[in-house]
Design a protein around this ligand. Sequence first.
Ligand code: SAM
Length: 347
Amino acid sequence: DRDGEVRKGDKLIQDGDLVIVYETYKQMKAVTVTKNGEFQNRYGLFMHNDWIGKPFGCKVTGKKGGFVHLLAPSPQLWTLVLTHRTQILYIMDISFVLAYLEVRPGCVVMESGTGSGSLTTALARATAPTGHVYSFDFHEQRAEAARKDFERTGLSSFVTVTVRDIQGEGFPEEFANEVDAVFLDLPQPWLAIPSVAKSLRADSPVCSFSPCMEQVQRTCEALTTKEFRDLRTFEVLLRTYEVHEECLGTDLGLDDSVNNDNDSESAVRSPRSSPPHKRLCSVESKVIDSEEDQTQVSSKDNLMEKGPKKGRSRGEQLPSSLYPIVARPEAEAKGHTGYLTFARRAV
Ligand code: SAM
């Protein structure tokens, strides 16, 4: 944690900046910093004036002593805080789309519909500063709201949002053979495929997102008719892992023999004798007697540096070998969002 300490090269928060106020990884909010502005949450009242001049990433304290972190906006964070006007694409699908569409700086990308601009934000960030994203949605208010969001995130010069019925009219003729990649998130994407074929440069990729297999099949038929090749459909499922250091000792890693100062290595139980799945992952739990030696809990690195040694006594630390890093899949895996169908225009 950096409580506002400024280092060389730090980008400092200024009046008018967009910051992501991070409370927990499930609780974040986009806030535009304004002189004399206030931010209120369950941890208390925070004054924007206290944020101005602090580096992005810092921890700031509110009037009641609660704290939040102020993060610099990124497409990944924006997806987590944006206003939902439609269903949106999330990071797992977005990262897959960007990789398989080979989106990079300088690319010209077309997309429909814009929706809430979740994918558009990532596309704009990936194509900038020399490329451009042309995003189309037939819903005027949504298109306007998305434009305002791109102003707010500083991406408006890299995205053009146009109101157009892509299923009815297709992409504009002026883009013929000019586009490096196309993304479709439409209810009937197969209707747009003929104009996608016209817009894409030879050998360039298209991706269509559809929630159900029947839509995928119709899209694949349309792609085949237009002589697209390398058709592939993926379903991306996210499995998150909880990663932590886990004590392989028992309780506080000691048995009774440690309480007399004539102890030996046997005072620390071997991993084999520890109860299965016993979790002692807080830093404090690694210290045999935290009251006697507070200084030893102050640095995690310090704890890790200490190796096993003879003559362990109260107030000393357990060897780092007893705290391997353990990863467990979380019980709840994110479910189906949709299928991503990729294809390449014929050469
Ligand atoms: N991919 C977007 C995101 O990540 O935020 C979400 C797209 S949302 C699910 C689908 C959008 O397609 C809606 O905003 C809708 O208005 C738009 N749409 C539906 N039919 C359309 C059409 N015929 N032409 C253009 N846009 C259309």
